[in-house]
Write a protein that binds this ligand. Structure first.
Ligand SMILES: [Zn+2]
Ligand SMILES: [Zn+2]
Length: 211
């Protein structure tokens, strides 16, 4: 946790040297317990590794969820952070293990968090918000194991369908809207393929009827 705190403080000191920002872990953080004046930011699909404290089994995941709540008042900025865990599939009644990130993955996540703070707490309209894609460090086999994901259990996971079990949270609503956007995009892409073929057929038909 100190690495997160140190890296975050450095990044904020660079962006806003006159303000003081701190980051603290909070285990019960949820998109639903947002206090007035606080901003919410959720990163899904982050890559991290887990290790079971019972059997020492290790596994990677590309569906790790991080939740942040941010607040700025009188030059004092506060961020609460929650890392959602996963349980070991070999151990019965295993507890949620916390994800471990590489330094590079942390950099990327915190860069995105800083962008979000500039947007939401400082109302800066960034011409080109440069949100980085999550870093996937190795291929993860198989679908997301929703039964062993803490974020899925709380209905805040970004994996499609995982929010169906829980009441609709703002974060999952956003996920759904994003999903809808992707559908429309693939529709347009299909149209782009179909239209030239139709035009060619029409041209051929005109050509043949002309003869
Ligand atoms: Zn285990
Ligand atoms: Zn999940």
């Amino acid at each position: 946790m100190e690495t997160w705190q140190r890296m975050f403080a450095q990044k904020m000191a660079w962006e806003k040297p006159r303000d003081k920002w701190s980051l603290t872990p909070e285990d019960n953080l949820s998109p639903r317990n947002l206090e007035p004046g606080w901003q919410l930011y959720q990163q899904g699909k982050a890559f991290a590794r887990f290790e079971c404290s019972g059997c020492s089994r290790r596994w990677p995941s590309a569906q790790v969820v991080l939740l942040f709540q941010m607040h700025l008042a009188q030059r004092q900025g506060r961020v609460k952070m929650r890392l959602f865990g996963q349980t070991c599939k070999k151990c019965w009644a295993a507890r949620f293990e916390k994800p471990a990130f590489t330094q590079e993955a942390m950099e990327r996540i915190l860069d995105n968090l800083v962008q979000k703070i500039l947007q939401k707490c400082y109302r800066e309209s960034l011409a080109k918000p440069k949100f980085a894609e999550p870093l996937v460090e190795e291929e993860v086999e198989g679908p997301h194991d929703t039964a062993r994901c803490e974020a899925c259990a709380l209905g805040v996971c970004s994996v499609k369908g995982s929010s169906a079990r829980a009441p609709l949270a703002p974060a999952s609503l956003h996920g759904r809207l994003a999903g809808r956007g992707a559908d429309t995009e693939s529709c347009w892409r299909l149209l782009c393929y179909v239209l030239p073929v139709l035009a060619a057929l029409l041209g051929l038909a005109v050509h043949w009827s002309g003869q």
